[in-house]
Design a protein around this ligand. Structure first.
Ligand SMILES: C[S@@+](CC[C@H](N)C(=O)[O-])C[C@H]1O[C@@H](n2cnc3c(N)ncnc32)[C@H](O)[C@@H]1O
Length: 229
């Protein structure tokens, strides 16, 4: 089956097939920058001092774990629709994990102080649907943080990044995971995913205010924060 976000089974199957190697490949391909991106995300969350956080598309639980370690007494629930990814998170000691689709979360309205999603929204069949569902489970005034890939705005950097994304990454990651198609999908999904003001505006249209974008690492990654209206 061709991997496409419009076919959630293909996305679930993709992550199931790379779950065991996902974290290592991430650290290698990002040159360790993924730790830095999560550290910045946690730093941006500091003023919120959240008591109850939902990490949607938690995967192997890297962001959930960073949040849990940083905020004393904070309860972090991780949700993901791919069981093998959740098993990796469970093995590393994440206590609260729920197998659930981000488009249909099994939580009542207004449950969480903060909702986070790292490298997950891009893969959802509907970005609007995912954001609206996150707004629904947030308390009014609660906070959203989205961390995901973006395309650099500077033309020369954008060209170099695209070369890495489409020519180098699928080969290297394909050798490491045996799933070259997964990393071809990654590049395509980054091309389609909105960033900067376009993403901030999408977030605003889904029930949030004060949406802002923070580009990192030459704009290859962005963090969006917003408040539930
Ligand atoms: C690239 S991984 C990101 C994992 C983790 N958040 C991280 O930062 O490393 C994407 C994750 O999103 C999950 N995912 C994609 N679509 C989803 C959906 N509709 N509902 C729940 N999880 C989803 C996948 O199963 C996968 O674990």
């Amino acid at each position: 089956m061709e991997i496409s976000k419009e076919h959630p089974d293909s996305v679930r199957g993709l992550f199931a097939s790379i779950a065991g190697r996902y974290q290592t490949v991430n650290h290698v391909l990002s040159g360790g920058l993924d730790w830095y991106w999560r550290a910045v995300a946690v730093r941006l969350m500091r003023p919120w001092n959240p008591g109850l956080v939902l990490d949607v598309a938690t995967g192997s639980g890297d962001l959930a774990s960073a949040i849990g370690k940083h905020f004393q007494g904070c309860r972090v629930v991780g949700a993901d629709f791919c069981r093998p990814m959740l098993e990796v998170a469970r093995r590393r000691g994440l206590p609260e994990l729920v197998e659930a689709d981000g488009l249909k979360l099994p939580f009542p309205d207004g449950t969480f102080h903060a909702v986070t999603v790292a490298f997950g929204l891009r893969n959802m069949a509907s970005w609007e649907g995912g954001l609206k569902e996150m707004a629904r489970v947030l308390k009014p005034g609660g906070h959203l943080l989205v961390l995901d890939f973006s395309l650099p705005t500077l033309p020369v950097i954008r060209s170099l990044y695209r070369f890495y994304l489409h020519r180098i990454l699928p080969i290297v990651a394909g050798i490491a995971t045996g799933r070259m198609d997964a990393y071809e999908y990654l590049g395509g999904s980054i091309e389609k995913f909105p960033s900067g003001e376009t993403m901030s505006s999408l977030i605003r249209n889904c029930g949030f205010t004060e949406a802002t974008a923070k580009p990192l690492s030459l704009g290859t990654v962005s963090i969006y924060t917003a408040t539930r209206a």
